[in-house]
Design a protein around this ligand. Structure first.
Ligand code: ASP
Length: 587
């Protein structure tokens, strides 16, 4: 129907007869002349209708916002003084000659021709309108470019795009599964994939060597912060590559992506062992845009009377750490109270602080509710260790290691943001040398990544001291977000059995859950490894969006439902009967 997109018209089209299609973005009546701003996915063009073409003038006059029309006309210069330099098509306009109304529109639930603050529920319920807004069009278009760049890169490097099933047995990524009842196998359920993990490993056993897939994954988690029950991964697996090679090639992919689509050269990504990340930044995904670091001070506190510090300082599982905020002495009581509440989210019972007013006066020059408990000597030793200067504030955490690291780690970012301390726009890194296992609250062990991650030691050493074992896993982190993570996998059946045994999964359960993988490992499984990137989060970061919902066409809400389709919905009694399902409570 159309000859050009609205947004593509420029000076070089002047004099051409063209046909446009699109939506009426805005209609203005200027003393007998009708101006229509016509919109399509490429942008806006101004179309002018004169009263001397009666028929089309009347139609243009009858148009309302969001009507869909086809317009034939001629491109011409805008009259002097009316050029709009803000608009890419602002130098030209179209003199409308013929017009067809292809479809009418009711008044939309919110305006598109000017910015209107609309609640997210209304936006999601009317997503087909919301997605017409230029910023949403831009984000989804950007998303498409990202997938394209990734596909091209992987294709150029010999990766094959292979699909894996959606109806599966449960995959052990550690979250709750979405289940789908089987009609033909009464009482049996499929699980939607939490990731294609086991299938991609089987593809390596099958000899495909380099696999990728832009894969939908499903996890029925309590939706903390910014998660979606279904999300997209760039899933990658390779054979005969070690971790250096896998990190190398995927780092190259991300650097190329940033260069191509954002003109940003990220440079070589630094590597940081997990233990160092936790010590210095209190996080396994440190945000290196902010310079502040956590400093351990337990040894200075071990002998003091003050139990709040001395307790954790003498507890092998405790941690006492300090965070120096340069220039932070100006923070008000009110803000410090807010920070105290904030660290409470991470389980910290309080937030001790010292303002460094006049260091030259010794402890006298320190303003703090805790200096009197520390004593002059300890207080000044802390100042020296932290390199404190007048005008700084120092925050303290003293508790179990996990609480202190998480609380001060999160505070570091919050304060960094509040005081605008960011020193770089992009700060990527690899976090490596993760522990193989961590303790659960119930005292058992769980795999830090997943049970198919290879440890860096022998099965014997692993059994001997599981909590000291490191894994061959790696995470790519950007601006404090985990962009992707993966590992070298176990390709040896004995090692796999040892790991499962340590996790308390006995042979019968292992066989029941992933006997097929254990079988595959018996038949010449090559050394292999890979990783998966979260596509939604990557695009959220690249577009500077506040939430991953902003970069997904049809996202779910925080409570895992879709306001547009009202999914999940009830099903009929007949359907349930067919599936042999009886609800305990009828809704
Ligand atoms: N399957 C893993 C995940 O979804 C990624 C990987 O190890 O490749 O986190």
């Amino acid at each position: 129907m159309r000859s050009h997109y609205c947004g593509d018209l420029r000076k070089e089209h002047i004099g051409e007869d063209i046909t446009l299609t699109g939506w009426i973005h805005r209609r203005r009546d200027h003393g007998g002349v009708i101006f229509l701003d016509l919109r399509d996915r490429e942008g806006l063009t101004q179309v002018v209708f004169d009263p001397d073409r009666e028929e089309s003038f009347a139609l243009a006059d009858s148009c309302r916002n969001e009507f869909v029309v086809e317009i034939k006309g001629t491109v011409r210069n805008r009259p002097e003084g009316t050029v709009n330099s803000e608009m890419p098509t602002g130098e030209i306009e179209v003199l409308g000659k013929e017009m067809v109304i292809l479809n009418k529109s009711e008044t939309p639930p919110f305006q598109l021709d000017e910015h209107q603050q609309v609640g997210e529920d209304v936006r999601l319920r009317n997503r087909f309108i919301d997605l017409r807004r230029p910023e949403m069009q831009e984000k989804l278009r950007f998303r498409s470019k990202v997938s394209n760049s990734i596909r091209n890169f992987l294709d150029d490097n010999g990766f094959l795009d292979i699909e894996t099933p959606i109806l599966n047995r449960a995959t052990p990524e550690g979250a709750r599964d979405y289940l789908v009842p089987s009609r033909v196998h009464e009482g049996h359920f499929f699980a939607l994939p939490q990731s294609p993990q086991l299938f991609k490993q089987l593809l390596m056993v099958a000899g495909f060597d380099r696999y990728y897939q832009i894969a939908k994954c499903f996890r029925d988690e309590d939706l903390r912060a910014d998660r979606q029950p279904e999300f997209t991964q760039i899933d990658i697996e390779t054979s005969f590559m070690n971790e250096e090679e896998i990190m190398g090639i995927t780092e190259k992919m991300i650097r190329k992506l940033f260069l191509e689509l954002k003109g940003v050269e990220l440079g070589e990504f630094p590597r940081m062992p997990y233990s160092e990340a936790m010590l210095r930044f209190g996080s396994d995904k440190p945000d290196l845009r902010f310079p502040m670091e956590l400093v351990d001070v337990a040894d200075l506190m071990a002998e003091i009377e003050f139990k709040v510090f001395a307790g954790p300082a003498n507890d092998p599982k405790g941690r006492v750490a300090a965070l120096k905020v340069p220039g932070g002495a100006k923070l008000t009581r009110k803000i410090i109270d807010e920070y105290t509440k904030f660290v409470g989210i991470y389980g910290a019972k309080g937030l001790a602080w010292i303002k460094v007013n006049e260091l030259e006066k010794g402890a006298e020059g320190l303003q703090s509710p805790i200096v009197k408990f520390l004593g002059e000597e300890v207080a000044m030793a802390i100042m020296t260790r932290l390199g404190a200067e007048n005008g700084d504030i120092i925050f303290f955490g003293a508790d179990k290691e996990k609480v202190v690291s998480e609380a001060l780690g999160a505070l570091r970012i919050k304060v960094g943001e509040d005081l605008e301390m960011s020193e770089a726009e992009w700060a990527p890194l690899w976090v490596v040398d993760f522990p193989m296992f961590e303790e659960t609250d119930k005292g058992g062990l769980t795999a830090l990544h997943h049970p198919f991650t290879a440890p860096s030691c022998s099965p014997e050493a692993l059994k001997e001291s599981p909590l000291n074992a490191l894994s061959r896993a790696y995470d790519m982190v950007l601006n404090g977000c985990e962009l992707g993570g993966g590992s070298i996998r176990i390709h040896d059946q004995q090692m796999q059995s040892t790991v499962l045994e340590i996790l308390g999964i006995d042979a019968e359960e292992a066989d029941d859950k992933f006997g097929f993988l254990l079988d595959a490992l018996k038949y010449g499984a090559p050394p292999h490894g890979g990783l998966a990137f979260g596509l939604d989060r990557l695009i959220m970061l690249m577009t500077g969006s506040d939430s991953i919902r902003e970069v997904i066409a049809f996202p779910k809400t925080q409570s895992a439902s879709c306001p547009l389709t009202e999914a999940p919905g009830e099903v009929s009694a007949a359907q349930l009967r067919e599936l042999n399902i009886k609800l305990r409570k009828t809704p």
